[in-house]
Design a protein around this ligand. Structure first.
Ligand code: CDP
Length: 202
């Protein structure tokens, strides 16, 4: 049986944490699709042309330690506007979604464009302040030299670009369950996600 779980939402809403926990709980594989766009963005920052960077993406490109920086995040959301770049990444994501044993994909357009037939779709949100605060602590904890104001500005600029782009904008699928994690602990958010996925696949 092929199970696909689609988890979308704005920047730093907790998609990664929830996706990993859901994947571990059900024994599914997990793909962080944001990492694909971040890898393309990093190559563009290093001088590549966006479409060439997307079509030549290699698994080793995903191992770059710089992919989590705010600079690469901005570059990722800029290349993510380009419809040809998005198209170049579709087949890989769909093949991953259809693997035997189940898959969780997180991103912005998984439930709407990449896997419209996913059995379970979640849209994970939180207030911009809450998301920026969590991301600031995460980046500062890794030793990055960031300010809370700059992280909030990054999150808000990417959300705006992601929501307003023409191709595959950030929007909840009509059949997605929304989880607002603003006032939830990680355990509560994960439990809500697992309960929903369980209800959809059993
Ligand atoms: O971790 P965070 O939520 O901050 O971002 P991410 O998921 O790593 O995604 C980085 C950027 O890639 C986003 O701001 C989007 O512009 C883009 N992206 C996208 O367009 N479509 C996806 N399926 C995943 C990411």
């Amino acid at each position: 049986m092929i199970y696909t779980v689609a988890i979308d939402g704005p920047a730093a809403a907790g998609k990664g944490t929830i996706s990993k926990a859901v994947a571990a709980h059900f024994g599914f594989a997990h793909l962080d699709t944001g990492l694909l766009y971040r890898a393309v963005g990093a190559k563009v920052l290093a001088g590549a042309e966006p479409l060439a960077a997307a079509t030549s993406l290699d698994p080793t490109d995903l191992e770059n330690d710089n992919l989590r920086t705010p600079e690469v995040a901005q570059a990722a959301s800029q290349v993510a506007v380009i419809s040809e770049v998005r198209a170049a990444l579709v087949d890989f994501q769909r093949a991953f979604a259809k693997r035997e044993g189940g898959a969780v994909l997180d991103g912005r357009d998984i439930g709407t464009v990449i896997c419209p037939d996913a059995q379970a779709k979640l849209f994970v949100t939180a207030s911009a302040e809450c998301r920026a605060d969590r991301r600031f602590k995460e980046l500062a904890g890794k030793g990055l030299d960031v300010s809370a104001e700059a992280v909030l500005a990054d999150v808000m600029a990417r959300d705006k670009r992601d929501r307003e782009r023409e191709t595959a904008p950030l929007i909840a699928a009509a059949d997605a369950k929304e989880i607002d994690t603003s006032d939830l602990s990680i355990d509560q958010a994960v439990a809500a996600a697992i309960a929903f996925v369980q209800s959809r696949i059993s």
